[in-house]
Design a protein around this ligand. Structure first.
Ligand code: F6P
Length: 324
């Protein structure tokens, strides 16, 4: 292996830059030329590919976003698009790829590898933490801490006015962010896509809680089957039917995707980046470099995208028990 390319794709996540840095510097350490592709698969198709050097990744470890930009490519989902991408890579004699992203990124990488055979290794970059084959994804810890900071602030004002707050966090298909910032923020309830939300139970408990608590925090993952936080708040408000009680909604949105990565995310990103390059050198391909039980592990893309990572059962119990 002499030349590898690295790109970021899908929703950006804090720590992606630290991962790019690790990929570039590990490649250079092993005497491999490294190229950066901008705008993910779209950039691959359009030939937005440039040589990177050690100084190309100076002063980025602490920055959110991604210096390589990101995109969700419709063209790469077509055979013609992937053929164009392959021609661009072959023209530069790229013989290895590191793909930083989530399940959409790995789905594309798997198809591309199976069609054209360029060894590819993924690094798990998404705030959602919904990738099988790694305990945590790059960006998750930062996103949880960002959401937690917001919840702490909302709690102050909720308590001051005796209000019930519904706080919507990201997680289209996954409740990991909601659960962890719910535990950390002392939420009374957490609603997530993985479990059925029992609104009757929520209403009953909120009525009960009013005897001991004047304010409440309910964290809603955006993908909950009962709807978004606005909709859920309206449903609960009607059932509680108490004119003295005030209900508010805050949607945290994309602030969860930005910001300086936490130490944990920087370390995880650096480990995955190094493992991806060294994996390629050791003949690994069509898999993701993650960290399982504290150690680097390579998991086939097929499992990363095909298997679900369930929420930890004790996390959900914790919220129920600690909210009384
Ligand atoms: O997959 C990461 C994620 O942040 C999800 O939690 C969220 O639903 C989605 O991306 C938002 O994507 P976009 O930035 O394209 O609106």
């Amino acid at each position: 292996m002499k030349k590898i390319a690295v790109f970021t794709s899908g929703g950006d996540a804090p720590g992606m830059n630290a991962c790019i840095r690790a990929v570039v510097r590990t490649a250079i350490f092993h005497g491999i030329e490294v190229y950066g592709i901008t705008y993910g698969y779209d950039g691959m198709i359009n030939g937005n590919i440039k040589r990177m050097h050690s100084h190309s990744v100076s002063n980025i470890i602490q920055r959110g976003g991604t210096i390589l930009k990101s995109a969700r490519s419709a063209e790469f989902r077509t055979q013609e698009g992937r053929e164009k991408a392959y021609k661009q890579l072959i023209a530069l004699e790229i013989d290895g790829i590191v793909a930083i992203g989530g399940d959409g990124t790995f789905t594309g990488a798997k198809v591309f590898f199976e069609e054209f055979g360029i060894p590819t290794i993924g690094c798990p970059g998404t705030i959602d933490n919904d990738i099988y084959g790694t305990d945590y994804t790059i960006g998750f810890d930062t996103a949880v801490n960002t959401a937690l900071e917001a919840i702490d602030k909302i709690r102050d004002t909720a308590a001051a006015h005796d209000r019930i707050f519904f706080i919507e966090v990201m997680g289209r298909d996954s409740g990991y962010i909601a659960v962890e910032c719910g535990i950390g923020g002392g939420a009374e309830f957490v609603m997530v896509p993985e479990t059925e939300t029992d609104l009757k139970k929520v209403v009953k408990s909120l009525k009960n809680l009013r005897k001991s608590k004047s304010s409440s925090i309910i964290v809603v993952a955006e993908g909950d089957e009962e709807g978004n936080a606005d909709l859920i708040m309206e449903k609960v408000k009607v059932k509680i039917n108490d004119e003295d009680k005030e209900f508010k909604v805050t949607t945290l949105g994309h602030i969860q995707r930005g910001g300086n990565p936490t130490a944990r995310d920087r370390v995880l990103a650096s480990r995955c980046g190094m493992a991806a390059v060294e994996g390629l050198l050791n003949g690994e391909a069509n898999c993701m470099a993650g960290v399982v039980n504290g150690d680097v592990a390579y998991t086939p893309f097929a499992d990363c995208i095909g298997k679900t990572k369930p929420l930890k059962g004790d996390h959900l119990r914790l919220i129920e028990i600690l909210s009384i």
